[in-house]
Design a protein around this ligand. Structure first.
Ligand code: B12
Length: 454
């Protein structure tokens, strides 16, 4: 059967992100014997005409649309993305009778509301590999499912997660536009951070892919796509079970090394693990610190404290590995006092760059959602399509913004609001610069260490 997949993501900050979800669904469909055409909206200059023309040319029976972001979760400079998807569906419907299916993280977070709003035929919640194949089979057989929203009863086992079907032309576009090529090594998250939807999206246990296949993906990106750097997209790269260590060991055995980055949960790494990271090419890490004081870390449901963040940060910076820390102010248990403590903590965090958010986008199926209802910040009926940012009771949004702006202004390595550097980064991408980019802001970074490793 002819399947047409569209990635609808038009977000370009911090850089445009290659449509990894679409490429995994594509592979599942191909493996099941279907013919697949992948269309990336951004690569096609966000042109509805080109989309319409390609749909007419390919004449698919089913069109799957990947929706990645609802919005940019930045309360001080918000961008919303769902109306683009609505226009994409309208365009497709105007030229084709194909069944239109929505999927992806944005869709999975708000399925009922988005299906109603966007007007597609079906929507798939969560991982799309099995359900999209099942749907294609049913449609081909003329057995139209009555349920419009499909959700798998069980998740794929790690080894069933397919390789990505990276499309070289699309990847080339992304690499030319400042992107870092992406690889997923496992799915799931075991942590219980109050604000976070990762366990809902990917399940609450870690399911690691076959390491061999993951490394095949990495080799494909290095050899066939000429990727210069890789982002491991896992919710948390350093899982307690140590799957990531096995992966790095396998990479060393296969002699695969490329500059890489990943999301790290604060911990102090043993020397042996740090050595593995260095041997495989680690270039920088994004530390999911989130809370800037011990009190706010408790409120965010974190199992570590600020001294663990300092220790983790140091274990990387001591080796010349760049670090970025992400913080959110205004979460549960935040007060004026914890804000003051948090600002000092962030400013004094050494050799790192910190990105600072104000307020936390409330998402359904999170603990924060229940807290916000209990505290009367939102009512139960609020569908959350329109963003609401959680700010702890007793804190004034404008006071907080002014206070944070004032205190972080003198420090180049404390970026508030988090998009403050967007234009400069876009300019550097235009000049052909790629890679982390945020590492340029790290104060007294020992660049010689990094140079030696190149
Ligand atoms: C890694 C990551 C990043 C990295 C990406 C690095 C890189 N080079 O790839 C970075 C740091 C750059 C990033 C940035 C942002 N991110 Co981000 N990111 C993620 C994360 C952790 C993983 C995404 C990923 O690659 N997953 C792996 C792929 C394989 O999975 P997938 O896309 O979900 O696809 C599966 C299913 O969704 C489904 N599916 C996908 N498409 C389709 C299509 C069809 C038809 C079907 C049936 C199914 C289907 O099947 C796929 C395979 O199972 C997710 C959270 C998460 N755990 O999912 C957030 C997440 C996607 N990000 C999010 C956001 C908001 C952003 C930013 C806007 C934030 C910001 N202010 O910087 C930017 C936007 C960047 C951009 N240009 O789009 C949100 C989006 C939802 C929302 N709140 O709007 C998420 C869900 C986090 C969250 N809970 O808030 N991000």
């Amino acid at each position: 059967m002819k399947c047409f997949l569209v990635d609808s993501n038009v977000a370009t900050s911090p850089y445009p992100v290659y449509p990894l979800g679409m490429s995994m669904v594509a592979n599942a469909l191909i493996k099941a014997g279907h013919e697949v055409f992948q269309f990336d909206f951004l690569q096609n200059n966000s042109s509805y005409e080109k989309l319409g023309a390609d749909i007419i040319k390919e004449d698919p029976q089913i069109v799957g649309i990947s929706m990645r972001n609802i919005d940019n979760v930045n309360s001080l400079h918000e961008e919303k993305y769902t109306s683009v998807v609505k226009s994409i569906v309208t365009k497709i419907k105007s030229v084709s009778n194909a069944t239109v299916v929505l999927g992806g993280t944005a869709f999975s977070i708000l399925p009922e509301k988005l299906l109603e709003e966007i007007g597609a035929d079906y929507g798939v919640v969560g991982e799309g590999e099995e359900l999209m194949v099942e749907l294609a089979v049913k449609i081909q057989a003329g057995k139209i499912p009555s349920d419009k929203i499909l959700k798998a009863e069980s998740k794929l086992k790690g080894i069933q997660i397919p390789r990505a079907y990276y499309n070289k032309e699309i990847m080339n576009y992304y690499l030319q536009n400042g992107s870092i090529a992406n690889v997923q090594t496992k799915r799931g998250c075991i942590h219980k951070c109050t604000y976070c939807s990762y366990p809902y999206l990917e399940g609450n246990i870690f399911r690691q892919r076959d390491h061999k296949e993951t490394i095949d993906d990495i080799e494909f990106l290095i050899n066939d796509c000429k990727a210069k750097m890789i982002f491991f997209t896992d919710s948390v790269f350093n899982d307690k079970q140590g799957y990531y260590i096995e992966l790095l060991e396998e990479m060393v055995k296969r002699n695969v090394s490329i500059p890489w980055t990943a999301y790290i949960k604060p911990e102090k790494f043993p020397r042996s693990v740090m050595d593995l990271m260095l041997k495989t090419g680690i270039r920088g890490v994004e530390i999911g610190s989130d809370g800037a004081s011990d009190e706010s870390l408790v409120g965010l449901g974190k199992s570590f404290r600020f001294e663990d963040i300092i220790e983790c940060n140091e274990s990387f910076t001591d080796k010349g590995i760049a670090t970025a820390n992400f913080f959110m102010f205004g979460g549960p248990r935040e007060t004026k006092e914890t804000i003051r403590i948090g600002i000092d903590n962030i400013i004094n965090l050494k050799k790192t760059v910190s990105f600072i958010f104000q307020g936390i986008r409330i998402l359904p199926n999170t603990i924060l959602h229940n807290i916000a209802i209990k505290q009367g910040i939102i009512n139960k009926e609020n569908d959350l399509l329109e963003s609401v940012y959680y700010i702890a009771p007793g804190l004034d949004k404008d006071w907080m913004e002014a206070f944070l702006t004032d205190h972080f202004k003198p420090y180049r390595h404390c970026v508030f609001p988090p998009n403050a550097l967007e234009n400069s980064v876009k300019f550097l991408h235009k000049l052909g610069h790629t890679g982390l980019m945020w590492d340029l802001l790290i104060p007294d970074k020992d660049k010689s260490k990094n140079k030696k490793r190149k």
